[in-house]
Structures are given as structure tokens and as C-alpha cells.
Write a protein that binds this ligand. Structure first.
Ligand code: AP5
Length: 208
């Protein structure tokens, strides 16, 4: 099997669905957003460079992202393919990726802009295992995260002002990738304005 791309605007549910789909495909989730946040937390040179872009909701330069990806997909667990979450986000990133691994499916989660702010501003992430929750739409279970170690965490870039900048970057720089992948016969669109379980069912159906 090759690799899969989960595509969609900020807050579409890419991370939520990636965590579910990896259980069925055994492809590891590779999230450039998570990798960048880890680099920021560790205070590496890449983290320091990326932080200024992330804090204002702008895309991090392609060369930084591609360096991270090349290193990640050289790891042993990626040899049968991976599930990309939040990558590629520009046409140069997609072109470079096509030289590194075979993409078999691009799964686009469609969500209207008016839903995005409420989704992102209500997001909670488990500080231990990374499971994503939502204040209203996907609450943390009464006895905490299923990993047993739930620590509530809100992302630094999950503010209304930053979300609007991230949406702008999506429409200007990332959405042109839809037709780029459509031309290559790889693009599958799923309605993401529904219950989380229904979206998972549709995504798994496409992968079958
Ligand atoms: P990144 O971390 O990738 O953020 P993003 O693309 O903005 O996406 P999110 O993680 O915010 O949303 P998601 O689609 O994963 O939704 P989630 O499942 O969490 O990137 C952050 C930054 O890093 C970027 O701004 C950029 O600076 C940089 N960056 C990263 N990759 C880059 C790249 N390739 N190139 C350049 N720069 C890059 O769900 C959101 C919320 O909604 C959750 O609370 C969830 O519980 C809830 N939810 C999910 N599904 C549903 C549903 N069906 N109904 C109701 N609620 C739902």
C-alpha cells in the first residue's frame, strides 16, 4: 500500500479522523503540525523558525517542512506508507512529495468556513497521548482520556484571530491542491459537516 493524504481546512477533523483511520490501515499518522509543535517545545532551530509563522497562522516555508518530511519518512515504520495529516499544503510540497512516496488516495474533508471557528476554539487535546476532543462536539469522557492520563491543553494558535488567518492561508495556498490531485485521479471528497463516526465510515469506504 502507498501513502494517504488527509486534506481539508484547519479544524476540518483531519487529526480526529487520522487517529481513527490508522487503527484500520496500520499506516502511521504523520502530522506536520504535531512535528512542528514538538520542535517548538524542544526549542530546536526549526522550532524557533517555525514558531513565528505558526503563532500568526501563516504557513511555515516549504524547505523547512520538506526537511522534516524527508527525515520522517526515512524511518522504519514508514516503509509501507504513511497517513499524512496537514501535509502537503502547497503545490511545491505536493510536487516534492510525489518524488518521495506513492500517494494512493487524497481524502478531502469538506467543512464550510462558518463551522471552523467554533470547532477550533472549542478544541482540547490530551497532553499525554494527543487524542483530540471538543468542549461540545466530542467531550472528554467523565473519567478522563482513554489513555488514563488526560491533561487539558489548548493550542497556542487556536484563537479566533489566528483561525481566520489560517483559513485565509488555506484558501490561497492550499485549496489549489484539490484540482492538482483531481487531475491525477487521486482526490476523494467527503462531507465533513456531519457526525464524526459517519465521516469515518465514509473515509474507510473510500479506502476499501
Ligand atoms: P496543523 O496542526 O496542521 O493545523 P490545521 O491544519 O490548522 O488543522 P488543525 O489541526 O487545526 O485541525 P484538524 O483538521 O486536524 O481538526 P481536528 O481533528 O483537530 O498546523 C498548524 C500550523 O503549523 C499551521 O498554521 C502552519 O503554521 C504550520 N504547518 C503545519 N503543517 C504545515 C505544512 N505542511 N506547510 C506549512 N506550514 C505548516 O478537529 C478540530 C476540532 O473539531 C476538535 O476539537 C474536534 O474534536 C472537532 N471535530 C472534529 N470533527 C468534528 C465533527 N465532525 N463535528 C464536530 N466537531 C468535530
Amino acid at each position: 500500500m502507498g501513502s494517504i493524504v488527509l486534506f481539508g481546512p484547519p479544524g476540518a477533523g483531519k487529526g480526529t479522523q487520522a487517529q481513527r483511520i490508522t487503527e484500520h490501515t496500520s499506516l502511521p499518522q504523520v502530522s506536520t503540525g504535531d512535528m512542528l509543535r514538538a520542535a517548538v517545545k524542544a526549542g530546536t532551530a526549526i522550532g524557533l523558525e517555525a514558531k513565528s509563522y505558526m503563532d500568526r497562522g501563516a504557513l511555515v516555508p516549504d524547505d523547512v517542512i520538506l526537511g522534516l518530511i524527508e527525515e520522517r519518512i526515512a524511518e522504519n515504520d514508514a516503509k509501507n506508507g504513511v497517513m499524512f495529516d496537514g501535509f502537503p499544503r502547497t503545490i511545491p510540497q505536493a510536487e516534492a512529495l510525489s518524488e518521495l512516496t506513492e500517494i494512493t488516495h487524497v481524502l478531502a474533508i469538506d467543512v464550510p468556513d462558518e463551522r471552523i471557528v467554533e470547532r477550533i476554539c472549542g478544541r482540547l487535546t490530551c497532553g499525554t497521548c494527543g487524542t483530540v476532543y471538543h468542549d461540545v462536539f466530542n467531550p472528554v469522557p467523565g473519567d478522563g482520556c482513554e489513555c488514563g492520563q488526560y491533561v487539558e491543553k489548548r493550542r497556542a494558535d487556536d484563537t479566533e484571530a489566528t483561525v481566520l488567518t489560517r483559513l485565509g492561508a488555506y484558501h490561497e495556498q492550499t485549496s489549489p491542491l484539490a484540482s492538482w490531485y483531481e487531475e491525477r485521479g487521486l482526490f476523494h471528497r467527503v462531507d465533513g459537516d456531519r457526525a464524526i463516526d459517519d465521516i469515518t465510515t465514509d473515509l474507510l469506504y473510500v479506502l476499501q
